[in-house]
Design a protein around this ligand. Structure first.
Ligand code: NAG
Ligand code: NAG
Ligand code: NAG
Ligand code: NAG
Ligand code: NAG
Ligand code: NAG
Ligand code: NAG
Ligand code: NAG
Ligand code: NAG
Ligand code: NAG
Length: 877
């Protein structure tokens, strides 16, 4: 803590002295907030340990597996009873304790190990300890009688922590004790990660005092003796050292110190690290223990690995100052890190050190499963007394995820449970309502159990559930009507065979539909049901495009009024339309697109590949959106087909393919600069309409040049709404659990936060603009700057516009128009969303850009370039 901070703290302490003292008093007197678990202690036992007075309790309520063991008699410790018993885990790879904590509290978590030859094998095992899904430490190098502590400073985000012992193949994991001690919020810097202890030392102790812990240290930190190798002089005071600061270093620890024997020497401490990627935190605790004369001073600088961390510190008399330094580790085995306390020129006395702590920063990157999912599955586990080895976090780490469930894993989001298979698990009783809290579940299999009671209504309200197997139970009553509707509409497949007491017309012809290997009555999708059921917020509306006529200027509205409802076609009609799927136009993520004719009109028919559940969801989204959304710059739906297993969409035919083809040179003609800007305007208008013309707004999520289609008149239309979403929130922001979209076009902020908003589309549109300007691929392995955005910002810095623009344009463009486009693109691809333009601004600016181009087609000219630099967006200058 810096001097000023300390003074501030003192000031605050005086102001809030009463509350603070009360707090300290409470801590000092009892073990409030302590959790002290003696592993392997008999059920319901508790005792006060002789040496510390700490009250230990049995671990029975925190763990469901393992065996209680005792160390051999020669290792029994009379005064440290907590070391005498342990729990070993011969069964299973991972075994976990679950300990309730106060979330967002800073804790010191300590796991203790004493082998004590409990299994008479005389072979110390080696294994891992995990905190939740993350590796905390490797437990090794223990002797029979050596006690190992592993300390971690950690802020749990949930109201529990999992401490897991993981077998690595070198013996049976065990654990002796687990302790949790709350710390003050202001102590220890956990911003970059949790802190794993490397060493905590009390300096200047005489050898017979081995160290201190509770009750001397109210947080039960264990301060170990560090041997004086002869280079120091020990100092001490019998006065109390004021330690009422955030670290609350005990007075007895601060009362002893050491100073180099030779008055000009530095105080050096060395320690190791396992590799050079580690970052260490060093906490140095200082207090002057000698009363200095007026002509004496003690002042020093502190360096870690040669870098200055703190300059000209003069510790206060009998008052603790804690300095926090960071040290980037220098390397692996044999390499020593160091800190040095170096006297300044002014100082008459050599430096002093009272105590220090060194920690390694552990970034725990793997997140726990979504909390609601954890609560739901935990309830299910206890409701049915599930015997499976369900311990620790359900989904993470992925290799140890719970048996019978699958999860989805996306970027930094907590995993979600997406399927649950409890078939043949001996479930008794009714279908648990906790299942309704698994809100992302797609597949639920409860077959072959002894479930009774009726089929609950909530099963029909689970938005993502699309496979439900309740076969071979003893369910009664009737099937909820809504569930039957959903099933008729093809949203869900249900299996109910062999429930003898279930009423209703349940046929069990297993041959009828092999698609899901169990009974599905039929699959009929009605248009009405689609629109009603697809999106929970059915109340999307979009402004009639005609109202926007004045803004669109000279637009013809002929295309706007495509028939309100798509037509339904049978599969045999589709076969006719496509002339037996003669001509393939393209292959998409979930199906193939064919050319076809309806009377004299050309169409494109997208057929969903069977088996694609994902595709089916996207199909539904797309139908639903296209039914509501009509704009001349969005592809329109002519009809659809949903004939048992054949699912297809019929669009207007876009004769000139997609924009990418024209930019990549796979077509013979080259789009002029004016054409390009016109196409950009049209695509931008389509997107603007989704963002501002619809309520709630629609986020396209997959804006890219291959999704901008061109008709025979080269009019651009945005297509592919398969992963679009509408959001009933005020500001149009939404957290998604799935990062969808195409690499290279993905908003970096969205990728990091999963906050989906209009700005993410703007980013993708900016990338399209870059393609339009440069004709370069969005991603190219052969270039040094493989993403177009990287290349663009690199070229922009060089300021050479001619190397940015597609060389095939051969300079046939108005330079000011191009600069304007560059400026727009640059504002769209800004890494921070708030700096981006809105699509309305983009449309307006692009129109200006077109006007500039049309005004006069100027040959390039040096002075013009200079002028245009002057008018750049501020971020480009
Ligand atoms: C243990 O200590 C607590 C106070 O910390 C006390 O209330 C309790 O009676 C003690 N128990 C035994 C068994 O000594
Ligand atoms: C932990 O808290 C939960 C409720 O949040 C409770 O059901 C459970 O019994 C607690 N566990 C222990 C060991 O106290
Ligand atoms: C304090 O220092 C004196 C000598 O200066 C020594 O005799 C005594 O043992 C020291 N006390 C402790 C607790 O180190
Ligand atoms: C400091 O003053 C004391 C007398 O008060 C004197 O003995 C000592 O030599 C002085 N030390 C220095 C470094 O000037
Ligand atoms: C501490 O480490 C730095 C960086 O390696 C080195 O330059 C310096 O000499 C070391 N200090 C001591 C006292 O060894
Ligand atoms: C100590 O740190 C100060 C900066 O606070 C610096 O000016 C001075 O040169 C340093 N002295 C030594 C001996 O490193
Ligand atoms: C040296 O000490 C004097 C008096 O303590 C102080 O005024 C001066 O600023 C110090 N110089 C440095 C470089 O710290
Ligand atoms: C989980 O996924 C695997 C592999 O895709 C699959 O074999 C298994 O059946 C799935 N389990 C559940 C419960 O859906
Ligand atoms: C579902 O979760 C909510 C809060 O997340 C909770 O209030 C409710 O009790 C849960 N329902 C069941 C049946 O567990
Ligand atoms: C099924 O439930 C009925 C009553 O609901 C009961 O009479 C019958 O014994 C149950 N059958 C089985 C196999 O448990």
């Amino acid at each position: 803590m810096s001097r000023t901070m300390k003074q501030l703290f003192l000031f605050a302490a005086q102001l809030g002295g009463f509350a603070l003292n009360l707090l300290l008093l409470v801590h000092a007197q009892d073990q409030s907030g302590f959790i002290s678990i003696d592993c392997g202690l008999g059920e319901d036992s508790r005792y006060n340990e002789s040496s510390t007075g700490i009250t230990y309790i049995s671990d029975e309520n925190f763990v469901a597996t393992g065996e209680r063991k005792l160390v051999l008699p020669e290792y029994i410790r009379k005064y440290s009873q907590s070391y005498n018993s342990l729990r070993s885990f011969p069964e299973g790879i991972r075994n976990c304790y679950k300990i309730n904590v106060t979330s967002k509290t800073k804790y010191l978590i300590r796991a203790t190990f004493l082998y004590g030859n409990y299994d008479e094998q005389n072979e110390v095992p080696e294994f891992e300890i995990h905190l939740g899904p993350n590796l905390w430490d490797t437990v090794n190098w223990l002797g029979n009688s050596k006690v190992k502590h592993t300390d971690l400073i950690h802020v749990p985000l949930r109201n529990y922590v999992h401490v897991c012992l993981v077998k690595t193949g070198s013996g049976v994991p065990f654990i002796t004790a687990i302790a949790l001690r709350p710390l003050t919020d202001a102590s220890y810097n956990t911003v970059k990660g949790s802190l794993s202890l490397i060493g905590r030392r009390d300096i200047g102790l005489t050898a017979d005092l081995r160290g201190y812990r509770y009750p001397d240290d109210i947080h039960d930190r264990i301060w170990n003796y560090l041997e004086n190798q002869g280079a120091w002089t020990n100092l001490n005071t019998s006065s109390t050292i004021n330690s009422e600061f955030e670290y609350q270093t005990p007075s007895v620890v601060m009362g002893t110190a050491a100073t180099p024997k030779s008055s000009n020497d530095a105080f050096n401490i060395f320690w190791g690290s396992s590799d050079d990627t580690e970052v260490h935190h060093v906490y140095l605790h200082f207090a002057e223990v000698e009363k200095l004369q007026p002509n004496q001073s003690r002042q020093f600088n502190i360096t870690t690995n040669g870098e200055l961390c703190h300059g000209t510190l003069a510790p206060d008399y009998l008052s603790t100052t804690t300095i926090f330094c960071t040290a980037e580790s220098l390397g692996g085995s044999g390499v020593q890190n160091n800190f040095s306390i170096i006297k300044t020129g002014n100082s008459t006395l050599p430096p002093i050190l009272n105590a220090y702590e060194i920690y390694e920063v552990k970034e725990f990157l793997i997140s726990d499963t979504n909390q609601e999912d954890v609560e739901a599955i935990t309830n299910i586990k206890s409701t049915y007394n599930i015997e499976k080895n369900w311990q620790g976090d359900p989904c993470n780490p992925q290799v140890y995820s719970w048996d019978g469930l699958n999860c989805s894993y996306h970027a930094n989001d907590p995993p979600r449970i997406i399927s649950l298979n409890l078939s043949s698990s001996g479930l008794e009783g009714e279908i648990s309502s906790s299942l309704s809290n698994l809100t992302m579940i797609q597949t639920l299999d409860l077959s072959n159990n002894n479930l009774r009671g009726s089929i609950p209504e909530f099963l029909s309200q689970m938005p993502t559930l699309n496979v439900l197997n309740l076969e071979s139970n003893n369910l009664t009553g009737s099937i909820p009507a809504v569930l039957i509707d959903r099933w008729k509409d093809g949203f869900i497949s249900i299996s109910l065979c062999e429930n003898p007491n279930l009423s209703g017309n349940v046929s069990c012809d297993k041959k009828k539909n092999r698609k899901y290997n169990f009974f599905v009555l039929m699959m009929i999708v009605s248009v009405v049901a689609l629109s009603v059921l697809l999106l929970s917020a059915a109340a999307i509306w979009c402004r009639a495009a005609s109202k926007r006529k004045r803004r669109l200027g000279n637009s013809t509205d002929a295309n706007v009024a495509i028939q309100r409802k798509g037509r339904r076609f049978t599969y045999s009609e589709i076969v006719q339309i496509t002339e037996e799927f003669k001509r393939v136009l393209g292959k998409g993520g979930f199906g193939t697109v064919y050319h076809g004719h309806i009377d004299d009109t050309q169409v494109a028919v997208k057929m969903l590949s069977p088996s694609s559940v994902q595709g089916f969801q996207q199909f539904l989204t797309e139908v639903d959106l296209l039914m509501r959304v009509h704009h001349r710059n969005l592809t329109s739906l002519v009809g659809y087909c949903n004939d048992e297993t054949n699912i297809g969409l019929i669009y207007e035919y876009m004769a000139n393919g997609n924009l990418r083809e024209h930019l990549s040179g796979s077509r013979s003609n080259i789009l002029s600069w004016g054409d390009r800007v016109q196409i950009a305007i049209e695509a931008a208008q389509g997107l603007e309409y989704l963002h501002y013309g619809c309520s709630p707004p629609i986020i396209h999520r997959d804006v890219k040049s291959t999704n901008i289609l061109l008709n025979e008149k080269f009019e651009a239309k945005l297509s592919d709404f398969g992963i679009s979403r509408s959001f009933p929130t005020e500001n149009g922001t939404h957290i998604t659990t799935t990062v969808a979209g195409t690499p290279g076009y993905l908003d970096p902020e969205y990728y990091a936060s999963n906050r989906l908003n209009k700005e993410s589309d703007v980013y993708s549109f900016g990338i399209v603009l870059l393609e339009i300007i440069t004709s370069r691929p969005v991603f190219s392995r052969t270039h040094e700057r493989s993403y177009i955005s990287e290349w663009f910002s690199f070229m922009l810095q060089k300021g050479d516009i001619y190397s940015l623009v597609d060389p095939r344009l051969e300079g046939k463009f108005n330079i000011n128009s191009v600069w304007k486009a560059v400026e727009i693109a640059n504002a769209c691809v800004s890494p921070t969303a708030i700096e981006r333009l809105s699509m309305s601004q983009v449309v307006a600016d692009l129109k200006e850009c077109l006007a500039t181009q049309l005004a006069r087609a100027n040959p390039r000219h040096e002075t013009e370039i200079k002028d245009s630099i002057a008018m750049l967006h501020p971020s480009l200058r």
